[in-house]
Design a protein around this ligand. Structure first.
Ligand SMILES: Nc1ncnc2c1ncn2[C@@H]1O[C@H](COP(=O)(O)OP(=O)(O)O)[C@@H](O)[C@H]1O
Ligand SMILES: [Mg+2]
Length: 468
């Protein structure tokens, strides 16, 4: 059996710190309580929608928020996989109501550090050798501690600076309990809602287990480094830590330490005489490279995972959350973009059907919706025209049609693509609101749609600076 709990239990050394069976049982019971609350909430919302027991709009938002806030409280207390479950659930706009995703997005995964002894024990159990024998020096204070593991700075005998990421001892048992409870909850709800929640569960499980396998993370970093290595310009501007396999296992990841500051530390970056716009531009290019050229990408480009060094190079770290874009999905995206430009509602809907965004039973309703989207009254408007349309009427019609589509579900891969794109967008908005998107994105999209990529134009001055 490949269940993480069993492997972990099977390998656990006597006296290894970790949750007791009683603590795990307690955890499970609290989670079942949470599921019960979710069920009551769902029932309440159903009664409301059937007009049997009405809630006003404010009450409806309130009951959902209250549940989400409770989930967040439990997750912060129990940590482990719950924080991850919440974070990934916050991406499922197809199944989780907005009131809940907003609250879940607040989940912080920075937690109090685990004691050094536990970390040292974990490294020794994993590699078979004590920390002192493996490294010339090893900082007892972690650089960072998150929901699943923490990172320490170290140096090896050759004098190389390292970052060592260590999975918390016993975290696998906790995550196994969290996943079991999540599965029960989703299975229960699956009887009542159209999207296939078991597919949601499988993807969630894959994401979380993937993040707990540091060999997988190391390989992902190497794969991305090799892919980006094909573009000489990207290589000049982007760094990815090399992996030190001799001291890497499933639960210990040893890699090159990248000097630098977080990409949103604009004060430092500017003090170094660097242009944040240019750095964000290269970040965007490297992620577009991963997504559109390679079909294998890092899904977590938030500022904590993007470092900038004094030479202005971008360091990308934390490859635990990664995803592939299946060839069918790439084809469907192409078809979708083409259909949007050609304003072809039938082809547009076909592209959604191809990858299971919607099911055939909803084809007609989806075509109606697409027609509305492509209606010349609303499509390709100049900003001044857009000011003058009756948005209320448009959104009303849109919403009416969307309600008819019952089978809407995000297919595998799209959730992660959406996450990465959202994070990149947020990054540009925060740090480089003046970059011109077409200049950066255009060449990659063109290549993706058709053929070879035109050469990247030299980095332009920030849009706000007028030419002398
Ligand atoms: N190779 C590295 N070089 C420098 N700092 C690192 C490196 N790897 C991790 N860190 C530091 O540790 C933090 C957490 O590491 P990360 O891999 O992002 O783990 P998590 O999955 O917990 O977010 C990072 O935000 C960064 O500050
Ligand atoms: Mg990180």
């Amino acid at each position: 059996m490949s269940d993480p709990a069993t492997t972990a239990a099977g390998r656990a050394a006597p006296g290894l710190p970790g949750p007791s069976p009683l603590a795990l049982a307690h955890r499970f019971i609290v989670l079942l309580g949470l599921i019960l609350r979710a069920a009551v909430l769902y029932l309440r919302l159903v009664l409301d929608s059937r007009k049997l027991w009405r809630l006003d709009a404010a009450q409806r938002i309130e009951v959902q928020r209250r549940f989400a806030a409770r989930f967040v409280r439990v997750a912060m207390r129990f940590r482990g996989g719950l924080i991850k479950v919440g974070q990934v659930a916050s991406l499922r706009i197809d199944v989780v109501p907005e009131e809940v995703t907003d609250e879940l997005a607040l989940l912080q995964d920075r937690v109090d550090p685990h004691p050094f002894e536990e970390i040292a024990h974990q490294i020794e159990t994993e590699t078979g050798r004590p920390v002192d024998a493996l490294f010339e020096s090893f900082d007892r204070e972690p650089l960072a501690s998150a929901s699943l593991g923490q990172v320490h700075r170290a140096r090896d005998r050759e004098g190389r600076e390292l970052a060592v990421k260590v999975l918390y001892p016993g975290i696998e048992q906790q995550v196994a309990v969290d996943l079991a409870a999540t599965r029960i909850g989703l299975w229960l709800f699956n009887w009542f809602v159209p999207p296939d929640l078991m597919q949601v569960y499988r993807e969630l499980r894959k994401t979380i287990l993937g993040e707990m396998d540091y060999v997988q993370e190391g390989k992902a970093a190497e794969e991305v480094a090799a892919n980006l290595g094909r573009d000489a310009q990207v290589v000049e501007h982007v760094r990815i830590p090399t992996i030190h396999w001799a001291t890497t296992t499933q639960r210990v990841l040893t890699m090159e330490f990248l000097e630098g500051t977080k990409v949103n530390d604009t004060a430092t970056i500017e003090a170094w005489g660097l242009d944040v716009n240019e750095i964000v531009t290269w970040a965007t290019r490297s992620f577009l490279h991963m997504m559109l050229r390679d079909g294998f990408f890092h899904c977590d480009p938030h500022p904590g995972n993007l470092l900038v060094d004094r030479e202005g190079r971008l360091g990308i770290i934390d490859f635990g959350m990664n995803s592939r874009i299946a060839p069918e999905l790439r084809d469907a995206i192409r078809k979708n973009v083409l259909a949007s430009i050609q304003r072809d509602p039938e082809a547009y809907v076909d592209s959604l059907l191809d990858v299971g965004f919607i099911q055939a039973s909803d084809r007609e309703a989806a075509v109606e919706l697409a027609k509305l989207g492509f209606d010349p009254r609303y499509y390709n408007l100049t900003p001044s025209e857009a000011m003058n349309i009756d948005l209320g009427e448009y959104l009303g019609e849109m919403r009416g049609n969307m309600k008819k589509i019952k089978s809407f579900q995000l297919p595998d891969g799209v959730v992660m693509l959406g996450r990465a794109i959202n994070l990149l967008y947020a990054l540009a908005l925060e740090l480089a609101p003046g970059i011109r998107p077409l200049e950066v994105i255009g060449p990659y999209v063109l290549e993706f749609m058709a053929g070879p990529i035109p050469p990247i134009p030299p980095a332009s001055a920030p849009a706000a600076t007028p030419a002398p």
